[in-house]
Design a protein around this ligand. Structure first.
Ligand code: FAD
Ligand code: DHB
Length: 390
């Protein structure tokens, strides 16, 4: 088999890349180790930045997102017995976020690729990358896919990054001493906007997927197991961390899915080796508190598409050569914001000094227009040319 761009992974990065390349007349094949059903059902991100919404819209895959996604113009920071709204409409006029499940984006992209005659191979075992310096190819279950370049879009645990020879990458990482328990419940959201709650018992997040479905996250010990979290315990903990302001009552309903996610920060530099380009979680991870991971994956493949389009149109490798450094500007901004939101809102054991700093900073963010604007402009997403030199 032969294609121009061999794409490993059918997450948001790989699928969107394949679609954007198709719009530029560039051929690709997507290889995915899991089943179509699995990737379409995997519950993960929910917050799309303004720029992500625009990319999906402009690429003609935003129809359902526009109809079913929930535009939000603010979030609430809840702590110390009070709720404080961060109003995007005033602080960053014209910019907002859209709450729309990652698996819905994935469903929309798969449907569109298949309708356009694209090739996505699911349930593909034993993917291996070869000859990355020149004339690369991918092998899988006894087959061979030759290509001009490979896009490693296979997430944090994929094969692409480990295929780069030792000593090439510089890795930066930070582990956090807690995890997130994520819950999807069949109950209307208890508030119209997202609530990021800081409390002595740990962080909690109230989010949603639709007017009928709520999404919640709880800070939990890193070694927690799902068996430790029967429904009653989840609701009791959510109540204790969220029902901290007068008049707020948490609506409860059947829990339809639950998952535990590790919290880490990670960047591998550069995001390229020879003909292999890494995009999305394959190259970098942020803790989810800033809602940035999916949005970074979209920003990466937007740049990779432009670089590949220039290469195929003119033979120039200028944008491909700049790919890693261009992506990393945005990546490091999101790293800082995600680390900052995480450190601000979670409970760290035995750190009374850190707790006082958190409360002081929360007071600042909720009272200073300048500090609130910093949060708001990062949260809704900085412009795509952030950090580009004139
Ligand atoms: P992935 O989605 O991980 O896709 C990689 C694909 O590659 C997978 O389908 C995988 O099966 C496949 N694969 C792996 N190994 C192989 C192999 N060897 N061969 C072939 N295929 C392979 N981000 C946000 O922007 N906003 C949010 O609100 C947000 N909330 C989050 C909440 C939680 C609880 C979590 C866990 C994450 C959240 N994120 C959020 C992050 C976001 O989900 C990820 O950043 C996003 O999935 C990255 O997309 P990706 O395509 O790079 O990787
Ligand atoms: C969601 C996830 C996040 O990580 C976040 O910061 C906000 C919302 C969500 O899944 O809805």
């Amino acid at each position: 088999m032969r294609t121009q761009v061999g794409i490993v992974g059918a997450g948001p990065a790989g699928l969107l890349l394949s679609h954007l390349l198709h719009l530029r007349g560039i051929d690709s094949v997507v290889l995915e180790s899991r089943s179509r059903r699995y990737v379409e059902q995997r519950v993960r991100a929910g917050v799309l930045e303004q720029g992500t919404v625009d990319v999906l819209d402009e690429a003609g895959v935003g129809e359902r997102m526009r109809a079913e996604g929930l535009p939000h113009h603010g979030i609430e920071l809840r702590y110390g017995g009070g709720g404080h709204r961060v109003p995007f409409e005033r602080l960053v006029p014209g910019r907002a976020i859209t709450v729309y499940g990652q698996q819905e984006v994935v469903k929309d992209l798969i449907a569109r690729r298949l309708a356009d005659g694209g090739t996505i191979l699911f349930d593909v075992p034993d993917v291996a990358l070869h000859s990355l310096e020149k004339d690369p190819y991918i092998t899988f279950s006894g087959e061979r896919l030759d290509c001009d370049v490979i896009a490693g879009c296979d997430g944090f645990h994929g094969v692409s990054r480990p295929s780069i020879p030792e000593g090439v990458l510089t890795v930066f990482r930070r582990e956090y001493p807690f995890a997130w328990l994520g819950v999807l419940a069949e109950v209307p959201p208890s508030a119209e906007e997202l609530i990021y709650a800081h409390s002595d018992r740990g962080f909690a997040l109230h989010s949603m997927r639709s007017p009928e479905i709520s999404r919640f996250y709880l800070q939990v010990p890193p070694d927690t197991s799902l068996e430790d979290w029967p429904d009653e315990r989840i609701w009791a903990e959510l109540r204790a961390r969220l029902e901290t302001v007068p008049g707020f009552t948490l609506a409860e309903g059947p829990i339809i899915s639950r998952d535990v996610s590790a919290m880490r920060s990670f960047v591998a530099e550069p995001m390229r080796y020879g003909t292999l380009y890494l995009a999305g979680d394959a190259a970098h991870i942020v803790p989810p508190t800033g809602a940035k991971g999916l949005n970074l994956a979209v920003a990466d493949v937007r740049l990779l598409t432009a670089a590949l389009a220039e290469f195929y149109a003119t033979g120039s490798t200028a944008l491909l050569d700049a790919y890693s450094s261009s992506c990393l500007k945005r990546v490091w901004r999101a790293q800082h914001f995600s680390w900052w939101m995480t450190t601000l809102l979670h409970t760290f054991d035995d750190d009374p000094y850190g707790r006082r700093l958190q409360l002081s900073h929360l007071d600042y963010v909720t009272s200073s227009e300048a500090a609130a604007t910093t949060l708001a402009e990062n949260y809704v997403g900085l412009p795509f040319d952030f950090g580009a030199r004139p």
